[in-house]
Design a protein around this ligand. Structure first.
Ligand code: 5GP
Length: 193
């Protein structure tokens, strides 16, 4: 997706520890027009697959997931990272280790919003080490639902998440795939920018 790649090149900032800061349009301030295009791109790619629910994790997965839900006319469910009082008592949970925060946290989804037989598309902002995605896969499996595929806005291909997910048979479609950023600059896998 050229508009996304251009935005990453123009506004992304490479931080120590191979972290890409994209606060201008994805992780803090949000660019609705770009999110709209992202939703259209995922909807086009995953069309005709009998998907009936979209699943993401709060907070930064919500904007692209919501726009995908809008384009596909499907409900969007987000896994919660904190044990909120307004969460149903009957929920599915999985443990996720965050390498960026160096801690383990639990994600939770009410059983009401993930049913046996559901065909689920996962949308997330980043795929790095893949722990968030595998946590969602665990929850989908506990629900007895089918994991149809994962739409990722930015995949850091030099980390293990993409390989881990694909090895497990998860179809991953990423809109921008980063090969490396070792010199402080972003280099995409299919480098045409
Ligand atoms: P994982 O390592 O589980 O694939 O990544 C988990 C989460 O960490 C992503 O959904 C994203 O929120 C965050 N994350 C991982 N790498 C980066 C990065 O380079 N930049 C930003 N902004 N977030 C990241």
């Amino acid at each position: 997706m050229d508009a996304l790649k251009q935005k990453i090149l123009n506004e992304g900032q490479v931080l120590p520890g191979n972290v890409l800061k994209v606060d201008h349009f994805l992780n803090h301030q949000i660019d609705p027009e770009l999110m709209y295009q992202i939703g259209q791109a995922f909807a086009g790619f995953f069309a005709g697959r009998n998907i009936n629910r979209i699943l993401t994790i709060e907070a930064s997965g919500i904007p692209p997931a919501l726009m995908t839900g809008l384009a596909m006319k499907l409900p969007v469910v987000f896994a919660k990272k904190t044990e909120a009082a307004n969460l149903d008592t009957d929920f599915l949970a999985a443990s996720v280790y965050s390498f960026t925060r160096q801690r383990e946290y639990t994600i939770r989804v009410s059983r009401k919003y993930l049913q046996p037989g559901d065909r689920v598309l996962v949308i997330d902002d980043f795929l790095a080490n893949g722990q968030a995605l595998l946590g969602l896969a665990d929850i989908i499996s506990q629900a007895g639902a089918d994991f149809v595929g994962a739409g990722i806005v930015i995949e850091k291909a030099f980390q293990q998440g993409g390989e881990l997910a694909r090895e497990r048979g998860i179809e991953v479609h990423s809109l921008a795939k980063i090969q490396d950023m070792t010199d402080g600059k972003v280099h995409f896998c299919d480098d045409h920018l």
